[in-house]
Design a protein around this ligand. Sequence first.
Ligand SMILES: [Zn+2]
Length: 137
Amino acid sequence: MDNNSKTSKNDLKGKFATCLNCIDGRVQLPVVKWIMENYKIDFVDMITEPGMDGFLSHPLSHLDDIFRKIQITMDVHDSQDIFIVAHDDCAGNPVDKETHQKQVTVSVNLIKEHFPSCKVIGIWVDLDANIEKIIER
Ligand SMILES: [Zn+2]
């Protein structure tokens, strides 16, 4: 940390959420800002996978590693909100918007089953970085 930094240790305390996002750099900052503004969250723990919604909803995916990472953010940061992101022009999951939205719904239901105490929210990001909520459970 440099001398010009105004961030003190106390500034690094706050409310955490967990986000299951694509690796795509275009959707990181818009998603973090949207979550912070709409859910009064201070920090977003990011777990990424190319085409996360397609990965989570695919019946042959091995999800143990994702579950382990979610559990860490819950245990260490007391995260109680889990966001699942799908976005337009996704190279890791090149399907149409309707399919993305179905996959997000499947993904949200699956994560809610494993972490029933958490609120699970599925969101869609378009090419202009507009974000809409698809489902919340
Ligand atoms: Zn993507």
